[in-house]
Structures are given as C-alpha cells and as structure tokens.
Design a protein around this ligand. Structure first.
Ligand SMILES: C[C@H](O)[C@H](O)[C@H]1CNC2=NC(N)=NC(=O)C2=N1
Length: 101
C-alpha cells in the first residue's frame, strides 16, 4: 500500500515546493495576502479532502497555512497524498491569480 522511498522521491520531484519529513509526511507552507484568503484556501482544500476521504493536517498561522499529508492507515505515503498535493497547489494558483491586479 505505501510507496517505496524511490517512488516517493520520484513523485516528490513532480510537485512544487513539497518537502518530505519524518519519512511519512509531505509538508508545504502557503502564504496569502490576507487572513481570509488563507481561510478560503482551507475551505476549498477541505472540500477536496472530504470528497477524497483523505485528510491533511492543517495549521493556520495568520496569513501562513501549513499543510501536512500522509496516509495514516498505510503508515506512509501513497499516490493519493501526491494527487491531493497537486490539487491543493492548483487551488492556491487559482486563489492567487487575483492578487496584485
Ligand atoms: C474511516 C476513514 O475512511 C479513514 O479513517 C480515512 C479518513 N481520512 C484519512 N486521511 C488520511 N490522510 N489518511 C487515512 O488513512 C485516512 N483514512
């Protein structure tokens, strides 16, 4: 079920800005223009995660959102973690599009 280290490294190279920690987690910090933009990001990734029945750990530190992904039952990382990481990045891009215009 969980991915071997070689596969984890290969998939990690395909996503942007995610870091492997404690072998079982991938982590990324997203910075926003303001607090509510970050909350909107959390709302959207929460919907995606609930629909996938695969839930990240999320910390909200004012304009900085930290997202951690792991596959608990598999006790490691699975393809789903990387699929969601990509989907979260797509949400981030879409939210940030409106910045600075
Ligand atoms: C019963 C429920 O389907 C499981 O507990 C789901 C819920 N969300 C989950 N999320 C994550 N990240 N890993 C899991 O193994 C997992 N299992």
């Amino acid at each position: 079920m969980r991915l071997p280290e070689t596969e984890v490294q290969a998939l990690l190279a395909k996503v942007d800005g995610w870091k492997l920690t404690d072998e079982r987690w991938i982590v990324k910090k997203y910075r926003f223009q303001d607090y509510l933009q970050g909350i909107e990001f959390v709302r959207q990734i929460a919907l995606i995660s609930e629909n996938a029945n695969h839930h990240p750990f999320i910390s909200i530190d004012y304009k900085l959102i930290t997202v951690k992904l792991s596959s608990w039952r598999a006790k490691g990382l699975t393809k789903l973690d990387f699929d969601l990481a990509q989907q979260y990045d797509d949400v981030y891009k879409q939210i940030k599009q409106g910045d600075g215009e």
